[in-house]
Design a protein around this ligand. Structure first.
Ligand code: ATP
Length: 306
């Protein structure tokens, strides 16, 4: 297997004794485009900062291109592009000056590309960055991170403040880039439709660990909602492989499973002789189930592996 581009091993991060990341493992292979999902405060930014060596882990280790993230060489740093949630801009500089200034730090800065993105995303080169709107700042942040054609691009909610047309343009630019250059991308987002457009893999953060990490298609194909109808009342215990959660009612149960297949269907028929209705779920529904954001009656909730 190829060396992971970026990885975390048994990563723990606490603030004031409160664990945010709790023994998290992650390995992103070259060329993967990973969308990171998690509820507010679940630790997405903390994970990204630990992965990039911007925060020191409480325990465990993060690696970027095989190097300890906390002690990265300048050569490895130059292969990274990072767009923080809020772009760090020098307010007295113009858009053009900010680009030139940033470009001076990189050997392989592509000024021609940067110019065309400034034009495409309708920024004024002569405007001071301090006077930009939140969305314009975000656009400039992305341009600054793309200018040196990084091998690994990490974006923390890059499109949260962009209007739908700017989001579309931004995603198209990313897709075009990746097709040509085969870069690796990690991005956090709350917009599941965007993730569905560009991600090859999905990571779902929950309770300080990854509740799911794998190919987007696998998540969508395997995750199903089942409605089970029982002749003699629903059982009180439902021990199924890949059970994400279930709600018990008198004569039926609503069940979410992570890896639905014919074998599971046969097992349900054999064990309970119940009628089963299988429903597809969209990515937003899947995320709500996996992240624990969907309402779970505490008496009947069962987590995978518990
Ligand atoms: N420097 C810090 N000091 C203390 N607590 C922190 C610090 N940074 C983050 N936290 C806490 O860690 C938790 C995770 O925060 P984080 O910003 O990583 O979440 P997030 O998933 O990115 O949230 P959002 O979706 O709202 O951006 C929160 O409870 C936050 O208050």
């Amino acid at each position: 297997m190829n060396l992971p581009v970026i990885q975390a091993e048994r990563l723990e991060k606490s603030f004031d004794g409160q664990a945010v990341l709790d023994g998290l493992d992650l390995a992103i292979a070259p060329g993967q485009i990973v969308g990171l999902l998690g509820t507010n405060g679940s630790g997405k930014t903390t994970l990204i900062k630990c992965l990039l060596g911007l925060l020191r882990p409480t325990a465990g280790v993060c690696r970027v291109f095989g190097e300890d993230a906390w002690d990265m060489s300048p050569a490895t740093k130059s292969r990274l592009g990072y767009v923080p949630q809020e772009a760090e801009l020098l307010p007295w500089m113009t858009v053009q000056q900010m680009c030139d200034y940033t470009g001076a730090f990189y050997k392989h800065w592509r000024a021609d590309d940067v110019q065309s993105l400034i034009c495409q995303w309708q920024l004024s080169p002569d405007q001071r960055t301090g006077a930009l709107s939140v969305g314009q700042r975000q656009k400039l942040g992305v341009i600054l991170a793309l200018g040196h054609h990084p091998d690994l691009l990490v974006l923390d909610e890059p499109v949260a403040s962009l209007d739908p047309s700017a989001r579309r343009q931004f995603l198209s630019t990313l897709i075009d880039r990746v097709e040509v250059e085969q870069n690796t991308i990690l991005f956090s987002t709350h917009i599941t439709s965007d993730l569905e457009r560009i991600a090859s893999h999905v990571a779902i953060l929950r309770a300080g660990k990854l509740a799911w990490f794998g190919p987007l298609d696998e998540l969508k194909d395997g995750c199903k909602r089942l409605r089970l109808y029982f002749a003699d009342g629903a059982p009180t215990d439902l021990d199924l492989p890949g059970l994400v959660r279930w709600d018990r009612h008198q004569n039926h149960a609503v069940v979410t499973v992570a890896s639905f297949d014919q074998g599971l269907l046969d097992a349900l028929h054999r064990r309970w002789n119940c009628d089963v209705r299988v429903e597809d779920m969209n990515l937003e529904e899947i995320f709500l189930e996996w992240s624990g954001a969907a309402e779970v009656p505490s008496t009947v909730a069962t987590e995978v592996g518990s």
